[in-house]
Design a binder for this molecule. Structure first.
Ligand code: NDP
Length: 293
């Protein structure tokens, strides 16, 4: 039994004008043995967009949830290429592995997880994603953690920008320059760690807006994205929070409330890696041998 709660839909700027549910369910750091149940619960609550990645080692659990609920084909599924699989030929092989684990014919959106400019393989990787799109294996080729300079490089090589850039985005770190570039070039921004790992909900303008609208700080933060045309993928292990997050589009923030939250961003707010310097090229086996995972 699924509820009638649904996220608003956003039309992307890709050639097919693909529609994506603006609020998806993030699956990073949900323990592997709990992921299937969490995804099934999210689908029951009404999520129709699930975000996973090869690097989360839970694509099989996401696929199992789609199979168990009979909802494959009705849910927008995103996965991401592992960093160590960049490069044209390796991308095609790694994608096939992800698709098999997810148990779908076509992956709705497939992202280059990080640009890793020091490895300098992301442009070849992008060409592989375009081939997968042209062959009907993925609907939307897209990227994650790309800065304007990396997006420009893709455009110079291929003549097209990705339709989506999934980036670290939360009130204390909203990357205004990348947001502006994406807006100017029709690239939808998808916010990862939208709640700042839970830490951005105590900011004064967020708390004030929550009191004014009789909602929670999480709902205020999530509405701040959807009202400004961003996509958002909050993660929670708790059904009440999953429900609250999906229902967060049911009120409107004022222009001054939106501006006050915009003003919280600063370079010190970064909680993830720097896309310019981040390199992670070890395979899973290498990382395990080194005790990193
Ligand atoms: P989030 O910003 O979504 O925060 C998750 C934290 O917030 C958890 O501790 C959760 O706790 C808590 N939380 C969730 N909802 C509420 C609520 N309504 N009220 C109070 N607390 C709440 O962080 P993530 O880092 O998980 O990011 C979301 C998703 O983004 C990931 O799951 C992943 O899919 C994607 N991602 C992508 C990256 C990339 O490089 N492309 C990098 C990192 C993440 P609890 O679970 O206990 O409810």
């Amino acid at each position: 039994m699924t509820s009638g709660l649904r996220a608003p839909m956003l039309m992307l700027n890709d050639a097919s004008h693909t529609e994506i549910p603006q609020i998806g369910f993030g699956t990073f750091q949900i323990p592997a043995d709990q992921t299937q149940r969490a995804v099934e619960e999210a689908l029951e609550i009404g999520y129709r967009h699930i975000d996973t990645a090869a690097a989360y080692y839970n694509e099989e659990a996401v696929g199992a949830a789609l199979k168990a609920t009979g909802m494959a084909g009705q849910v927008f599924v995103t996965s991401k290429l592992r960093n160590c699989d960049q490069g044209y030929g390796q991308t095609l092989i790694a994608f096939e592995d992800s698709r098999r684990k997810l148990g779908v014919d076509c992956v709705d959106m497939y992202l280059i997880h990080w640009p890793m400019p020091r490895i300098d393989a992301y442009r070849q990787t992008w060409k592989a994603l375009l081939k997968l799109r042209d062959d009907g294996e993925i609907r939307v080729p897209a990227v994650s953690n790309f800065l304007p300079e990396h997006l420009e490089a893709l455009y110079e090589d291929s003549g097209e920008y990705p339709a989506v850039n999934q980036i670290e985005n939360h009130p204390r770190y909203s990357q205004p320059e990348t947001l502006r570039f994406c807006r100017e070039h029709g690239i939808a921004v998808e916010a990862w760690s939208p709640l700042g790992h839970g830490g951005d909900m105590n900011a004064e303008p967020v708390v004030a807006a929550a009191e004014a609208h009789h909602v929670t700080p999480a709902e205020v933060v999530l509405r701040w994205y959807t009202q400004s045309g961003r996509i958002v993928i909050p993660k929670s292990k708790h059904a009440d929070r999953m429900r609250q997050n999906l229902a967060s589009a049911g009120f409107d923030l004022t222009a001054s409330e939106l501006a006050a939250i915009d003003a919280l961003s600063s370079p010190e707010g970064l909680i993830g890696a720097d896309p310019v310097t981040y390199v992670q090229s070890q395979s899973w086996a290498d990382q395990k041998a080194r005790g990193n995972v």
